[in-house]
Design a protein around this ligand. Sequence first.
Ligand code: 5RP
Length: 498
Amino acid sequence: MSNENKYDREKSLAAQEAVKYIEEGMVIGVGSGTTTAYFIKYLGEKVRNGLNVIAVPTSDKTAELCKYEGIPLVTTSIPKQVDVTVDGADQFDSKLSLIKGGGGDLLREKIVASATKREIIIVDSRKQVEVLGVTFALPIEVIPFAWIKVAEEVKKIKGNPILRLKSDNSYFITDQGNYILDCKFNSIPEPEELAAKLSTIPGVVEHGLFINIASKVIMGKGEEVYDFQPEVSISKVITERVQKDSIDEIFKKIDRVVKLGEKPVVELDVDLTTYKPISRTIKALKIAGETYKIPEFLEPQNKFDLLPGYTPEAWTSFLSRNKLPEKYPELRWIGDKDGTGSNASVYSAFHIAFWRTEWLAEDILTEGLISFISEIENRGGIPVFISGRWKEEQFEPTKEVLIRGGIKNPILVIGKPSHDGKGPLSDAENKAMRQQEIREKYGTPIAIIDDRLENRVAVCKANSDIDMLSVGISISGFTYDEEITGIPIKLSTFQFEK
Ligand code: 5RP
C-alpha cells in the first residue's frame, strides 16, 4: 500500500470510530480538513438512514461537504451548546494539547470547540508527537493590517513566522478575511505559556494551540484504532482519587441544594486557584533576582521544579524546599505580610513586580476550569470568582483572562471596596466581608475553593449558619501552603471525568 493510501486508511478508521459517538438529536460541531472529510462521509450515510442531527460547520468547505451529504446545518450563529465536535489536528501530545490550523480554519474551530461539551479529535498516526511544534509550524490567524507587526513580535519570542501563500503565490485568506502566519518554533514544550504570550499580541485573532480542549483523540494506526484520554496532570501531593472525590462532592452538594429550590454558589478564588500566573511569576522572579543578585532567580525554569506561590506561606515553602535561605540569608526576611512593598525585601521586590497591572492578562486558566464551570451551571449552580485583588485597574485584566478562556459572563467579586479608606485588609478579611453581598446577590454559598487556608476559614466562618465545603487547591507547577499549614488539599486541577 502506498503511504498516501496508508494514511488515508488510518484517517478513515479514526473517522468511523468517531461516528459511533453520534446520537439521535445531537448538535454536532464538524471540524475541517481531510480526516474530518471522512467523518462527514460516514455521518452523511447515517443521516440518510434516518439519524436526526444538526451540524455546526467550522469552515465554508465543511459546510459545502455537509450540504453535499445532506446533513442539516446551522447556518447563522453558533448555538449556545454543541454536544459533540469531531475535528482533525496537525499534532497532539500526551496531554492532548493540539496544534491546529494547517487548513487555516482554526478560528471557527476554536469557537465551536469552546461551545462543545465533548471534543473528539481524529487523526492518522503521523500526528502523535512527544513535543508540539518541532516538525510543524504553529498557524496564527492575524488581521491583515497587523501582520508585519505581529511577525516582529513573534520573532521576539523565538518564532520564525512565514506569511502563508497559496500555490499561485497570492495571499492565503481565511474564511474570516484574515491572514495566516505559520510560525516555526524549535519546539513548544510549554504550550500554555506560549499561548498566553500570543494572546496578548495586538493583531492576533487566534492561534492554533488548543489546550485543555480535546476530551479524546482517536488515532488510526495501521489497521488499529487507538483511543487517548488526557493525562490528568495533578500535582504529586494529591491522588487522582482525592481529586475525583472532591469534585464529585461539590457536584452532589449543588444537586442537593438545587432540589431544595435554592441557588447554590461555588466561590472560586482567582490567583493560584483558577488562574496560573506562570509568565508574570517568571518575570517577577527575574526582577527580584536582578535587584538582589540571586543567579538562580534569573533562570527559574531551569533551577526550580516548582515556581513560588506569591503568598507568604507559599513563598516560604518555595525558599525552604530549594534550601535558599541557607545560601542567601537575606531571603529569610519575608517583609511586609500584605505585600504592599513598604518594607524592602526580596519577597516584596518579587511581590510588587508580580502584581504589575500590565502583566495580569497574561495569566492562563487552570486545567479543566471551563468544563468545570459549565458543569456547575448545567446543574443549576452559580460560579462566583472571588479575589483579593485590590486595585480598580485590576478588574478588567482579571475579567479578560476568563473571557479569553471561554467564560462569557463571569461573575467577579473582587477586592474593592474593602480597601477603600479602611487600610489594607488581609485577603481573608476582605473575602469574609464580601459574603453578605454574595448571598444577597447570587445565592447560597456551598463551597469555597481557594489555595489559602486562612481565606477558606474566614469565608466558612462568615457563613457559619451554612455547611460550606472548604476545598484547598494546589495547582500544578507552584508551591503552596500545606507545608506550612499541614492541612491536606483536595484539588490540583478542575479536571473531571465526563
Ligand atoms: C484545519 C485543521 C485541521 O483539522 C488540521 O489541519 C488537520 O487536517 P487533516 O485532517 O487534513 O490532516 O486544523 O484548520
